[in-house]
Write a protein that binds this ligand. Structure first.
Ligand SMILES: [Zn+2]
Length: 434
């Protein structure tokens, strides 16, 4: 493991502006993602890898071939009997498990990502971190700093994101590829590397060809801190309610006007606020979240997010919204209401159950390294939620990111090193035939 090289590569990657653009229709949504991908493809091509290329969508692909004794048909793990059926792998295919490692090239549009000037704090001594901009990363606001004394931390200068989400994941995978190529004695089956685009704007899996990836299991390297294993996400639907009223000059509106704006307002006000709302829920509690409102007298529209770890609860949430719409319609005779429900993603846990090794081996690898492992839940979705739903079980692994999507973002080099070590051990454990 080359800690200094990992750091220098991370610093190089965060300097490439690759902020996703939610208003762009092209793919990827910003040219910097393609630029960073090109750089990575060039660096990967210098290693003894196979199939290194950047595809027409900007995604970067590479294969680390299996080490001797782990190639198809002669896996060290013995015969395939009893192995679980994996959705990502071609049916009936027999060979060692192919593990895909995935990170995303884009950064969040929620804060500036241009002219990132990373600052390195060697051997963090504790206490608040002063940024060049004069801002401070306060321990009170980021209590995990107490656990990171002695670590090498990287921040921005306080005027931009750092971009550790997910360039920490990118740098971890790149160091792993370099480390494995220098250490052919470390055993592993075939490993696929995939760098994706536009994860931050919900389009991270759009261009992934799962047949081309042909993996048994995948891991996104996009989690916070260290030692966490994200094994559950929300299940998610979106709802749109359109209210159509009747507009007419207010001077002659008596008994004729139907005000859609007023109706939509009453509808929103009638939704629960003391329960099932993001402002009052945490942990395992789901919510209904009206997040967008637009309109006038003639027409108004409300958009809502439904979120729950229990997929069946989405139905109950939708029913509650429909009931509120019905009550509004009754209160405003002549009002027309249209409801649209869009399926978004499903709890990772459901799809992971078909390949329990995906989580078991990730946990075992941490324990083998003498580390603690915490299984965690995400109050949101990951690219893994979508990949898992499509048949490729994909938990999310820690990558040393902290305070993401914020000017106070930072990353821990020590945790990134730990993530590479974890992957080396995890790949060693994946030896069963599938
Ligand atoms: Zn991310």
């Amino acid at each position: 493991m080359n800690r200094q090289r990992l750091l220098e590569n991370f610093l190089q990657y965060v300097r490439v502006e690759s902020t996703a653009n939610p208003d762009a229709s092209g793919y990827p949504s910003s040219p910097g993602q393609r630029e960073l991908g090109r750089l990575l493809a060039e660096q990967l091509a210098e290693l003894p890898l196979e199939d290194v290329h950047q595809d027409e969508h900007g995604l970067v692909w590479a294969t680390i071939p299996a080490t001797a004794g782990r190639a198809g048909g002669q896996a060290a793990g013995g015969p395939a009997a009893g192995g679980p059926a994996a959705g990502g792998q071609a049916a009936g295919g027999s060979g060692p498990a192919t593990v895909a490692l995935i990170a995303h090239l884009d950064t969040s549009p929620e804060a500036a990502g241009k002219n990132v000037r990373p600052q390195v704090i060697e051997s963090y001594a504790g206490g608040d971190i002063e940024l060049e901009s004069g801002a401070k990363i306060a321990v009170d606001a980021a209590p995990e700093l107490r656990e990171l004394v002695g670590h090498t931390l990287i921040t921005s200068d306080g005027t931009t994101l750092l971009g550790g989400d997910d360039k920490a994941g990118v740098a971890i995978i790149m160091e792993l590829a370099r480390h494995l190529s220098e250490h052919p004695e470390l055993p592993h089956g075939p490993v696929k590397i995939l760098f994706t685009c536009d994860e931050e704007i919900g389009r991270g899996t759009e261009k992934i060809d799962l047949q081309k990836l042909n993996a048994t299991v995948a891991y996104t390297i996009d989690g916070g801190g260290a030692g966490e294993l994200d094994v559950e996400t929300f299940s998610a639907d979106a709802m749109k309610v359109a209210f159509t009223g009747r507009n007419i000059h207010p001077a002659i509106a008596k008994d004729r006007m139907v005000n859609a704006l007023r109706a939509a307002s009453e509808f929103v006000a009638s939704l629960p606020r003391d329960r099932q709302a993001p402002e009052v829920t945490d942990g395992r509690d789901g919510f209904v979240h009206p997040y967008h409102f637009e309109g006038g007298v003639g027409r108004a529209e409300v958009r809502l997010l439904l979120r729950s770890f229990d997929t069946a609860e989405l139905e109950r949430q939708a029913a509650e919204v429909r009931a509120a719409v019905d009550r509004t319609q009754q209160a405003f005779p002549g009002l027309d209401c249209q409801i649209e429900v869009t399926r978004q993603y499903r709890n990772l846990k459901e799809g992971l159950q078909k390949l329990p090794e995906a989580v078991q081996l990730a946990r075992q690898a941490m324990l083998n390294l003498g580390r603690k492992c915490e299984e965690t839940i995400i109050r949101g979705g990951t690219d893994g939620s979508q990949l898992t739903e499509k048949g490729l079980p994909t938990p999310n692994l820690s990558s040393g990111q902290h305070n993401i999507h914020s000017l106070h973002e930072f990353a821990s080099l020590d945790e990134m090193v730990a993530a590479v070590e974890h992957l080396v051990e995890l790949l060693r454990l994946w030896k069963t035939e599938y």
